[in-house]
Ligand binder design. Structure first.
Ligand code: PBG
Length: 331
């Protein structure tokens, strides 16, 4: 007769999952508020902060509000913020991007109030041009790469004068890192760093951001500058070029839909800190599904962020930075 006996299982991975303390002990990935760079949208001429409808929980700030929010982030253990500016005046050249403007005002105010905080600024023209492209256009209406580089350097130097720690060029222009490195050095700012948006895909997930910065393309798209989502090997080329040009940190963007790319870049360039950008659409999807009662918000947020660290990211840019820090500080 068949004799019932327990199966001969030697390896039982469940042994290490039996208690919370044991799971904590053997966890391969950690996530903490110190991993985050928190993006802030600062708008010129605002009397009060206003909610951004496409990004539930996020606001457009005035300078004062941005300083208070930056202070709050720092007090919760978040070491860095990333500033995006929304000027009142947009024109073909993006001339509000230079000299004293909403970004330089905010930089100086944050540096005065929270000097320890690391401040990054987005370097791009799509928030400043009336046509919405990431630079100046040539006579055929195409982005003029090399002419835009000169303007990008000018924008970078004005942020450097106002005290920025790291500039983050986001336009995927060829040669942008080397132009900025030389420009900043020649202007006397050798210690201002460069976080390159090295690997940025032409993604539908930037949708909610466009409303946040009040910028959308009048014509065309960004596919001639940003990477094709079908390409994986090309990401290594983009990262290598930026490393050779002097980038201090590299970025992959978006994050949740490009975990394979995060993994590749972290393995290929382990000596360069890698930043994953959880973009507006990735944030908004979790928010919308959670608000509809389809997902547990905190857990879904945490899992989406852990995924980036597990794939190899060292730091994360996410609109969830503050919500995550509050959640962890309360736990
Ligand atoms: C360009 C820029 C964009 C984002 C960050 N910087 C928009 C774009 O490239 O089209 C998107 C960020 C997000 O979706 O959260 N200045």
């Amino acid at each position: 007769m068949f004799k019932k006996r327990s199966p001969n299982i030697v390896f039982r991975p469940r042994r290490l999952r039996r208690s919370p303390a044991c799971r904590e002990l053997v966890a391969e990935t950690t996530l903490s508020p110190s991993d985050f760079i928190y993006p802030l949208f600062v708008k010129e001429g605002l009397s009060d902060p206003i909610p951004i409808p496409t990004l539930p929980g996020q606001r457009q700030w005035n300078v004062r509000g941005a300083v208070l929010e930056a202070r709050r982030a720092y007090s919760l253990g978040i070491p860095a913020v990333l500033l995006f500016g929304i000027p009142l005046k947009k024109d073909a050249e993006g001339s509000s991007a230079f000299g004293k403007n909403i970004i330089t005002d905010t930089l100086m105010a944050i540096k005065e109030s929270v000097p320890e905080l690391v401040v990054f600024t987005d370097l791009c023209f799509c928030e400043y041009t009336d046509h919405g492209h990431c630079g100046v256009l040539d006579k055929d209406g195409d982005l003029d790469n090399d002419k835009t580089l000169d303007l990008l350097v000018k924008q970078g130097i004005s942020h450097a004068r106002a005290g920025v720690d790291m500039v983050a060029p986001s336009g995927m222009l060829d040669g942008m890192v080397s132009a900025l490195r030389h420009g900043l050095d020649d202007a006397g700012f050798p210690s201002v760093g460069i976080l390159s948006y090295a690997v940025k895909y032409a993604s539908a997930f930037y949708g909610p951001f466009r409303a946040a910065v009040e910028g959308s393309l009048l014509q065309g798209d960004r596919r001639s500058a940003q990477m094709d989502p079908r390409n994986r090997h090309e990401a290594l080329l983009e990262a290598r070029l930026d490393v050779e040009q002097g980038a201090d940190m590299l970025m992959v963007k978006p994050a949740n839909t490009y975990l394979d790319v995060i993994s590749d870049i972290s393995r290929e360039f382990p000596e360069h800190p890698l930043v994953a950008y959880q973009v507006s659409g990735e944030y908004a999807m979790i928010a919308a599904a959670s608000e509809a009662g389809l997902l547990p918000w905190h857990e879904a947020m945490e899992e989406s962020l852990i995924a980036m660290k597990r794939a190899g990211a060292n730091c994360i840019i996410s609109y969830y930075a503050l919500m995550y820090a509050e959640y962890i500080n309360q736990a």
